[in-house]
Design a protein around this ligand. Structure first.
Ligand code: UDP
Ligand code: MG
Length: 312
C-alpha cells in the first residue's frame, strides 16, 4: 500500500454504534496523541442504519485524522476490519471494538509491551464480560480452536490488539473469503504476547451477536482452519467397519458351531443399527457438505467487501 505515512492506525469497525462514537473519540484521541501526532483513526461503517455515519462525519470535522470508510451494506465485523486493514497506513495498527468494552487507555501498556520486541500484542481480558452463554461460548471456542488448530491465541484474548506492519501485510496477503481476522492473526504467527486489560460492559447500544451467530462463527472459524473434523469422521467410519466385521465373524462362528442361528429374532438390532448408521452417515455427509460449501465460496473469489465511499 504505497508509502507508510503514519505511526499508528486505529481500526474501528462499527455497526449501529451512534451513541458510542463521541465518547470513544473523546477517550481515544488523547491516548494516541500522548504517543504521537502521526496517526489515523479509521472507522469502517458496516451498514449502520442509525446516525453512526453522521456522528463520525461530525467528529471528523473536529479532528481530520479521522477517516470513514463506508461499506455498501453490512458485511460483518471481520470484513469491515479487513477493509480498514487494507486501507491503513500505520506502522503499528490497533484493532478494537467501538463500544468501549475495551478501554482505549489500554493502548499504552499494549504499545509498551510491543516495544519489548513483539509483533502482535493481544489485550487479554482479566474477566470475561457478558452473559454466561457468551463467556462459556467464547472460552470454549478459543479452547477448541487452540486444540484443533495448532496456532495459538491467548485463551482470554479480546479483539483488541496491536499488530505491526509485518503482521498486517501478512494478513492482507491471505486470500481466503471465509474471513476471521482473529484466526488469521494467530495463523500468521510471529512473536506475540498478551497484556491484561479491564473489560467493561458495553457503553451504549446492543451487542450484535446472539448465541446462534456465535456458534455459527465458531464453526466457520474452526472448519476453515482445521481438517481434524474430516479425520474424525474417517476414524468413526473405520471403527464402525471394524466392529461390523467382528460382528459378522461372531455370527458366522455361531452359525457354524450351531450355538445360535439367525431367525426372526434380531429385528430390533437391525432396525436400531440401520437408523444409527443412517444418522451417522447423514452427519458425516453434512460435515463434508460444510467443507464443500466453503470451497464453493472460495472459488468464486468475490471481494471481501464493497466500499461505498471513503471520507479522508
Ligand atoms: N460490528 C460490525 N459489524 C457487524 C457486527 C459488529 O462492524 O456486523 C462491530 C460493532 O459495531 C463493534 C464490534 O464490531 O464495534 C464488536 O461488536 P459487538 O460489541 O456487538 O460484539 P461483542 O462485544 O458483543 O462480542
Ligand atoms: Mg462489544
Amino acid at each position: 500500500m504505497g508509502v507508510r505515512l503514519m505511526q499508528i492506525s486505529v481500526l474501528l469497525p462499527v455497526m449501529n454504534e451512534a451513541d458510542n462514537i463521541f465518547p470513544l473519540v473523546d477517550r481515544l484521541v488523547p491516548v494516541i496523541e500522548s504517543v504521537t501526532q502521526s496517526y489515523e483513526i479509521i472507522f469502517v461503517d458496516d451498514g449502520s442504519t442509525d446516525s453512526t455515519v453522521e456522528n463520525i462525519l461530525q467528529a471528523k470535522q473536529i479532528n481530520d485524522k479521522i477517516v470513514l470508510i463506508k461499506l455498501s451494506r453490512n458485511f460483518g465485523q471481520h470484513f469491515a476490519a479487513q477493509a480498514a486493514l487494507d486501507y491503513c497506513k500505520g506502522e503499528r495498527v490497533v484493532w478494537m471494538d467501538a463500544d468501549l468494552q475495551e478501554p482505549p487507555e489500554a493502548i499504552l501498556p499494549l504499545l509498551a509491551k510491543m516495544n519489548e520486541g513483539y509483533d502482535v500484542v493481544y489485550g487479554v481480558r482479566k474477566s470475561l464480560g457478558g452473559s454466561i452463554f457468551k463467556r462459556v461460548g467464547s472460552l470454549s471456542y478459543i479452547y477448541l480452536f487452540n486444540k484443533l488448530v495448532k496456532h495459538q491465541q491467548p485463551l482470554n484474548a479480546s479483539v483488541m490488539r496491536i499488530m505491526n506492519r509485518k503482521c498486517v501485510d501478512a494478513i492482507n496477503k491471505m486470500p481466503e473469503r471465509v474471513r476471521f481476522i482473529t484466526a488469521l492473526n494467530s495463523w500468521v504467527g510471529f512473536r506475540w504476547a498478551g497484556v491484561e486489560i479491564d473489560y467493561s460492559p458495553r457503553s451504549a447500544g446492543k451487542t450484535k451477536y446472539n448465541i446462534f451467530k456465535m456458534i455459527n462463527n465458531a464453526l466457520d472459524a474452526i472448519l476453515s482452519f482445521s481438517m481434524i473434523p474430516l479425520k474424525v469422521i474417517s476414524i468413526i467410519g473405520f471403527v464402525i467397519s471394524l466392529l461390523s466385521i467382528a460382528f459378522s465373524l461372531c455370527i458366522l462362528l455361531a452359525f457354524i458351531t450351531k450355538i445360535w442361528t439367525a431367525g426372526v429374532v434380531g429385528w430390533t438390532t437391525i432396525v436400531v443399527a440401520l437408523f444409527f448408521l443412517g444418522g451417522v452417515q447423514m452427519m458425516c455427509l453434512g460435515l463434508i457438505g460444510e467443507y464443500i460449501g466453503r470451497i464453493y465460496f472460495e472459488v468464486k473469489r468475490r471481494p471481501h467487501y464493497v466500499i461505498d465511499a471513503i471520507y479522508n
